[in-house]
Ligand binder design. Structure first.
Ligand SMILES: Cc1cc2nc3c(=O)[nH]c(=O)nc-3n(C[C@H](O)[C@H](O)[C@H](O)COP(=O)(O)OP(=O)(O)OC[C@H]3O[C@@H](n4cnc5c(N)ncnc54)[C@H](O)[C@@H]3O)c2cc1C
Length: 289
């Protein structure tokens, strides 16, 4: 890797200041969070921002909290905080299961939730979790803030709804009492990006699935989600046959590509098997097993 091209640097002191700096430095300025994706891209000259606006001092973007019936994760929350959060462990163990398998402690100590969502890598683990949980992201600009469903946030590899002059400030998830959740990933070696991953939540009430969400990454699932499979499962008993059929529908909706991580048909097979395993564990957890 080369060294990056020369770049100006500004350290924001508040979100308003960061927005002002973005406005001042124009469309070639980029915010930097953990830098684990942006710096390598700059070294490879895939990205050449003229100014880096550092968000690392912004306490208002940090932390994980409950607000009403939602969990709010600040854009600058690190992977390590998500991994260790008692709030997320209580409501959505899927986060902990996914985070344990993201990279290594060095990356997890620095990389952020906001950076991961905004990088929009098609193999990003947290995008699958966010999509499964049907969360929302809050995006701020100088003219105010807007809330976007995660399932509408990514509109292609490396492309999101965050426009020039905007910053993602937080990610929000509804709390669903009685939900079980689980994450399943196959990686080529420990700490690697996924060959395929599935994250799910399931709520079982009175013997039927009253709500569920299925997220998939690295397998070409549109918006990292499998809505037809969710529709199939809701209202049905969480039997092995119904979970298997939902997993099949989820895999059928994926469109993986063959690459260095594996051939497309293998990834499709994994999408089905990992979805089934995650659904089994999440529905068992929802039933208190
Ligand atoms: C060796 C290695 C292994 C990895 N393995 C995995 C893995 O297995 N699974 C996985 O999911 N990820 C993996 N990652 C990625 C990791 O999760 C990164 O932390 C993440 O991609 C980017 O987060 P960051 O905070 O470092 O973002 P940065 O690199 O700082 O930024 C990434 C992009 O997002 C933009 N951005 C950052 N924050 C904001 C914001 N608040 N608002 C608007 N735009 C913003 C930046 O301008 C930039 O374009 C790996 C990374 C490395 C280096």
């Amino acid at each position: 890797m080369q060294t990056p091209a020369p770049v100006d640097y500004a350290r924001a002191t508040s979100v308003d200041h960061a927005l002002q700096l973005l406005d001042q430095h124009g469309e070639d300025a980029r915010v930097i969070a953990g830098g684990h994706s942006l710096i390598p891209m700059m070294r490879l000259r895939i990205a050449s921002p003229t100014t880096l606006i550092d968000l690392n001092d912004l306490d208002e973007l940090k932390g994980i909290r409950v607000e009403g019936n939602e969990i709010v994760i600040g854009a600058m929350a690190r992977h390590a905080e998500v991994l260790d959060s008692p709030i997320l462990a209580e409501h959505y163990p899927v986060f902990r299961e996914a985070e344990k398998l993201i990279a290594d402690p060095v990356v997890r100590n620095r990389g952020t939730v906001g950076g991961s969502m905004c990088q929009a890598d098609p193999s990003e683990d947290l995008s699958a979790v966010g999509s499964a949980l049907r969360g929302t992201v809050v995006i701020r600009s100088k003219s105010g803030s807007r809330t976007v469903p995660i399932r509408e946030f990514h509109f292609g590899p490396y492309m999101t709804q965050v426009a020039d002059g905007e910053i993602l400030t937080e990610v929000r998830f509804p709390i669903r009492p009685g939900a079980g959740s689980a994450y399943e990933k196959v990686e080529r070696r420990v700490g690697d990006w996924p060959v395929a991953s599935a994250g799910v939540f399931v709520v079982v009430k009175d013997g039927v699935v009253s709500d569920c969400g299925i997220g998939l990454t690295a397998v070409g699932a549109e918006h990292f989600s499998a809505p037809e499979a969710e529709e199939f499962l809701i209202g049905k008993a969480p039997t092995e046959d119904n979970l298997a059929e939902a997993a099949k529908i989820a895999a059928d909706s994926c469109n993986p590509i063959s690459d260095q991580r594996g051939p497309a048909d293998y990834k499709k097979h994994l999408a089905q098997e990992l979805t089934l395993r995650a659904l089994r564990r999440a529905s068992a957890a929802s039933q208190g097993a």
